[in-house]
Design a binder for this molecule. Structure first.
Ligand SMILES: [Zn+2]
Ligand SMILES: [Zn+2]
Length: 314
């Protein structure tokens, strides 16, 4: 079968490879991409296996044994480590990562598979993986994401747009900041007030979805006394971030990280998509084949925020 393989940083090749081996074989219908895939391609990533490495972690297809349509979640927690026993499976110390969606077939443990609701397109279902991370991030905001709360989202990439939509669905009064006019238009269509930059006017909840130290600082600056700040965007590996001590101490800001998702959050994301609560078509581009993946991942990311959709059988 054909697969996109990483042979090293910056070295992506589409090759004929051996069939994947594992518990359940899934014929891939759609695999969407995100910033993590760009990082995997350019720099490598801690979740990648040894080179040559298969990648692609937002994958939907059909089980070869039963014919059922499934989302292949990108991880399975061990269920026995201290974090798993504490109920934080997203922080599992012995996570099994399930990568390889950019291929005609992927092998997965059955524990990674989620049933796709009837009527939901493959590309729409693949979005459930990042949407589950957004669901998790909003859960981390806790009671701050209450109806009527003044909430801000920093960054109008697809993660920021998903966060804005989820907060809007919860009844928050959402402002989304992004310097791209096209993304501000997308945010408005999802129910947020778009602005080019957040004024430090005191939001009760700020969700950061950029992943740069200066954006983390901006998130702190935009928070009202007693607010919650959720850091969703991952800064480059090894980044040191300097935050102003004043608001952290005197304004009692509650600053929280948000990473990954739980299996229940993946199922919740699939339900939101199937019920039409999140317009996934507004967040994806036209499907491409495996041969176009490398160039598409490296193309400058300006204008509208749209995820790549790979159909490996094109
Ligand atoms: Zn992703
Ligand atoms: Zn674990």
């Amino acid at each position: 079968m054909r697969a996109a393989l990483l042979h090293g940083p910056g070295d992506l090749r589409v090759e004929e490879v051996a069939e994947p081996e594992g518990e359940v074989l899934v014929t891939v219908e759609a695999a969407t991409s995100c910033a993590t895939d760009v990082k995997c391609l350019l720099y490598g990533h801690r979740i990648l296996g040894p080179y040559p490495a298969r990648f692609g972690h937002e994958t939907v297809g059909r089980r070869e044994d039963t014919g059922a349509r499934v989302l292949v979640a990108d991880s399975v927690a061990c269920a026995t480590c201290a974090q798993c026993l504490a109920g934080r499976t997203q922080l599992c110390e012995r996570m099994t990562w399930v990568l390889g969606g950019f291929a005609e077939r992927i092998a997965a443990p059955s524990g990674a598979l989620h049933a796709v609701p009837d009527g939901l397109d493959a590309a729409g279902a693949a979005i459930a993986e990042p949407l589950a991370a957004a669901v998790h991030a909003v859960a981390r905001a806790g009671a701050s994401a209450r109806a009527g709360a003044r909430a801000a989202v920093l960054g109008g990439g697809t993660m920021g747009l998903m966060l804005a939509r989820l907060l809007h669905l919860q009844g928050c009064d959402v402002t989304l900041a992004d310097r791209h006019a096209e993304r501000r238009r997308q945010a408005a269509a999802l129910g947020a007030h778009p602005v080019a930059a957040l004024a430090p006017t005191g939001y009760e909840l700020v969700m950061e979805a950029v992943g740069r130290p200066e954006a983390w600082r901006d998130a702190i600056s935009a928070a009202a006394p007693g607010a919650t700040v959720v850091l969703v965007g991952g800064c480059p590996a090894g980044s040191a971030v300097t935050l102003p001590s004043g608001p952290l101490h005197y304004a009692e800001l509650d600053v929280r990280g948000a990473f990954h998702h739980t299996p229940a959050e993946v199922d919740h994301a699939l339900t939101l998509l199937a019920e039409g609560n999140v317009d996934w078509r507004a967040m994806i581009g036209a499907p491409i084949g495996l041969d176009d993946l490398g160039a598409a991942l490296l193309a400058p990311n300006t204008g509208e925020a749209r995820k790549l959709v790979v159909d490996p059988h094109r």
